[in-house]
Ligand binder design. Structure first.
Ligand SMILES: *[C@@H]1O[C@H](CO)[C@@H](O)[C@H](O)[C@H]1NC(C)=O
Ligand SMILES: *[C@@H]1O[C@H](CO)[C@@H](O)[C@H](O)[C@H]1NC(C)=O
Ligand SMILES: *[C@@H]1O[C@H](CO)[C@@H](O)[C@H](O)[C@H]1NC(C)=O
Ligand SMILES: *[C@@H]1O[C@H](CO)[C@@H](O)[C@H](O)[C@H]1NC(C)=O
Ligand SMILES: *[C@@H]1O[C@H](CO)[C@@H](O)[C@H](O)[C@H]1NC(C)=O
Ligand SMILES: *[C@@H]1O[C@H](CO)[C@@H](O)[C@H](O)[C@H]1NC(C)=O
Ligand SMILES: *[C@@H]1O[C@H](CO)[C@@H](O)[C@H](O)[C@H]1NC(C)=O
Ligand SMILES: *[C@@H]1O[C@H](CO)[C@@H](O)[C@H](O)[C@H]1NC(C)=O
Ligand SMILES: *[C@@H]1O[C@H](CO)[C@@H](O)[C@H](O)[C@H]1NC(C)=O
Ligand SMILES: *[C@@H]1O[C@H](CO)[C@@H](O)[C@H](O)[C@H]1NC(C)=O
Ligand SMILES: [Zn+2]
Ligand SMILES: [Zn+2]
Length: 587
């Protein structure tokens, strides 16, 4: 990506600042002081059994470092989270209650810390070591652990053994050579775990992945519906614990948790069941019945989920009082809930984790500077097309410039098409580094071209691609279902943002003018879930496919139709629809 002019002008500003600063020492302001962060609106409600929940961290272990709102809400590092957990454990001890720490998977794919490894490395191999420094009681496998066999193998060989029975993959196997050299299929971690809490509560835990089909060869995912029919499952849930902890990488709404919950309920009508899910990257909660609750805790280390239960005696059948909360991940939140101050908050474990992660960032050269973004560019907070849309930036500026470099066809007019899903995150103003590239635009795409298509035909392709869905609703729904099963969840996350923005009336928006931006959650559990009050982010829907500005040439001019290889099948289908003089096929 190139930001030529902006680079020059911003560098000029920086040199002025340094000139004013005088002594030339490092003036990096303390993170907590440099950005406005809103305090939580009320203390947490503790129960007898309390759980801190993370999910879909995707390598976001050094916090969200951009200063544009809402990123500072999520500025805390994994080290600061570790300090939080340490203080919370001490509070639990003081209150004489249980506190568990649970993760619901997707440790791979998301930032330079996980994805910036040198050639020959394995994704998240190094960043995952820092997760192991936290006292997790349970971790479940996610679909992002399964796209590449070597990643799964790393979890099986190096990660799961360190968790010593606490890494759960109830319905996920890996195929490895056995002692005799013959291939054998074995669970990546454990299928279930039975353990006693500090306070002596008996827990039976599972780690279930949703019915995922995008996994690599030599990994196996069994559907939850088939899993609950397995003899091992019946055996695992046979004895009645104090609580069933159904963790796993499966959304708490509109997926297969009812299948698993129902299978347990059929045997144990009154045993408390706590579900800790993930995968759709949203904050969500519901109660399958009066003695169960299901919580999902967002994404990218933006949210820490809190769940507490006031448990009653075995044999009781009345409703259980649960409470849930979605915490923004920043030191203001952490200090508020632990009664610490910036002086007493950081623990030596926390500091060493952050130091280690910073060192990893250095080793991977994640600060390596490509350019400077003059402003924020958004995926869904700005309309498309617009000057604030990162999709517009990609289609109209980045692709035409970068694909023209060292390209013998650069003098031939073209139209470049890509899918909007090729970008993963907003692009915020300031330094655009290797880490930002891996975060915003992680996919190494190949671009293909078809020469000699007339401009008139080319110009029909993009609208036809985007309308294909609207015109053929049924086919579209089928495609969405297929994409969902292969692991694509952006549509669910965006639908959540859209609902959040739509729910807030103009009046409320004005009243909320003083609130910082952030998530405004409405779920199906009693009371307010968000720990900090925010105004919702604006939301604009964007097309599935985007394109560069067409050249101004007559309709019969032959031009190049350039497109990302990922959309080849759909594009050829459409191209053969909008014209019939030639049958285009894959070579
Ligand atoms: C997987 O890892 C092995 C050894 O660690 C390596 O030889 C192989 O090239 C890797 N495969 C891929 C597809 O990265
Ligand atoms: C699967 O794993 C087995 C055992 O390691 C190996 O022999 C086989 O070639 C693998 N299959 C594929 C498709 O990678
Ligand atoms: C998973 O591994 C276990 C143990 O080898 C085996 O019994 C089971 O059939 C495998 N399950 C699947 C779905 O492959
Ligand atoms: C118990 O919880 C269920 C499910 O949340 C709810 O429908 C029911 O009204 C509750 N009963 C009482 C007595 O609160
Ligand atoms: C977008 O940027 C272009 C070029 O700088 C400018 O001409 C145009 O007015 C801007 N549009 C909006 C809506 O700001
Ligand atoms: C263009 O190609 C030449 C020769 O292969 C190479 O030296 C140069 O670095 C390339 N320039 C860019 C910007 O990629
Ligand atoms: C931006 O990059 C420059 C050059 O690498 C560096 O000196 C500066 O500290 C960076 N700024 C921030 C906010 O990281
Ligand atoms: C483009 O079409 C023209 C006329 O049909 C033909 O002469 C030319 O060879 C074609 N060029 C390519 C690259 O296919
Ligand atoms: C917003 O802040 C301004 C300035 O601090 C204050 O005058 C105003 O009352 C606040 N509005 C609300 C709704 O809190
Ligand atoms: C186009 O070519 C493909 C592959 O050869 C063929 O299957 C298809 O029937 C052809 N379509 C038309 C309309 O000729
Ligand atoms: Zn995820
Ligand atoms: Zn996932």
């Amino acid at each position: 990506m190139q930001f030529g002019n902006a680079l020059v002008s911003v560098l000029a500003v920086i040199s002025v600042v340094y000139a004013c600063g005088g002594d030339g020492h490092n003036h990096a302001p303390h993170k907590r002081a440099s950005v406005p962060i809103t305090r939580p609106n009320r203390p947490l409600e503790w129960g007898d059994l309390n759980i801190i929940h993370t999910t879909d961290s995707h390598g976001w272990l050094l916090g969200h470092q951009k200063t544009s709102s809402p990123e500072p809400n999520y500025i805390a590092t994994l080290g600061e989270f570790a300090s939080f957990v340490t203080h919370m454990k001490a509070l639990a001890k003081e209150k004489d209650v249980d506190l568990l720490l649970v993760d619901s998977g997707d440790l791979h794919d998301g930032t330079g810390l996980s994805d910036g490894f040198p050639p020959g490395g394995v994704d998240a191999h190094d960043s995952n070591k820092f997760m192991l420094e936290l006292p997790y009681d349970l971790m479940a496998i996610g679909n992002h652990e399964l796209y590449i066999y070597n990643n799964t193998l790393d979890m099986y060989k190096n990660f799961a053994p360190k968790l010593d029975g606490r890494y759960l993959s109830s319905n996920v196997n890996i195929t490895v050579p056995g002692k005799d050299g013959r291939a054998m299929s074995v669970p990546v971690g454990e299928r279930y775990r039975k353990f006693k809490t500090q306070k002596g509560r008996q827990i039976t835990a599972l780690g279930v992945l949703y019915d995922f089909t995008g996994n690599d060869k030599n990994t196996t995912v069994q559907s939850p519906a088939d899993m609950v029919k397995e003899p091992w499952f019946a055996e695992a849930i046979k004895d009645q614990p104090d609580v069933f902890l159904l963790t796993g990488h499966m959304p708490v709404s509109n997926d297969d948790w009812p299948v698993v919950h129902g299978a347990v309920r059929a045997v144990h009508p009154d045993t408390p069941i706590i579900i800790l899910g993930g995968h759709t990257h949203i904050r969500d909660c519901n109660q399958p019945d009066g003695r169960s609750i299901a919580l999902e805790s967002g994404r990218y280390m933006e949210t820490i989920g809190w769940l507490s239960a006031k448990l009653d005696k075995k044999g009781n059948t009345g409703n259980i009082t649960f409470s849930r909360r979605y915490l923004d991940t920043n030191a203001v939140t952490y200090e508020y809930h632990t009664g610490t101050s910036s002086r007493t908050f950081d623990t030596s474990l926390g500091k060493s984790i952050t130091q280690g992660l910073n060192k990893l960032a250095q080793t991977f050269d994640l600060g390596s500077l490509f350019g400077i973004a003059p402003q924020d560019y958004f995926l869904s907070r700005a309309p498309y097309p617009s000057n604030n849309s990162v999709l517009t930036l990609l289609a109209q500026e980045v692709l035409p410039v970068s694909l023209a470099i060292n390209n013998s066809r650069s003098s031939i007019p073209n139209v470049i098409l890509t899918n909007s899903g090729s970008l993963r995150f907003d692009l915020y103003s300031g330094n655009f580094t290797k880490n930002d590239q891996l975060t915003v635009s992680p996919f190494t795409d190949a671009f293909l071209y078809i020469p000699n298509v007339t401009a008139g035909v080319v110009n029909m392709v993009l609208p036809a691609l985007n309308n294909a869905g609207a015109n053929q609703r049924r086919e579209y729904t089928e495609r969405e279902t297929e994409l969902y099963r292969r692991g694509y969840v952006d549509m669910k996350y965006r639908a959540w943002l859209e609902d959040m923005a739509a729910r807030t009336s103009e009046v409320e928006k004005r009243a909320a003018a003083n609130l910082t931006l952030g998530y405004v959650t409405k779920d199906s559990c009693p009371g307010v879930g968000d720990d900090t009050s925010h105004a919702p982010l604006p939301f604009f829907s964007t097309p599935d496919f985007i394109g560069s500005t067409p050249p101004s040439v007559p309709d019969d001019t032959p031009i190049d139709l350039v497109f990302v290889d990922f959309i080849e099948d759909q594009l050829l289908g459409i191209l053969n629809n909008v014209q019939t003089s030639k049958n285009y096929t894959v070579l």
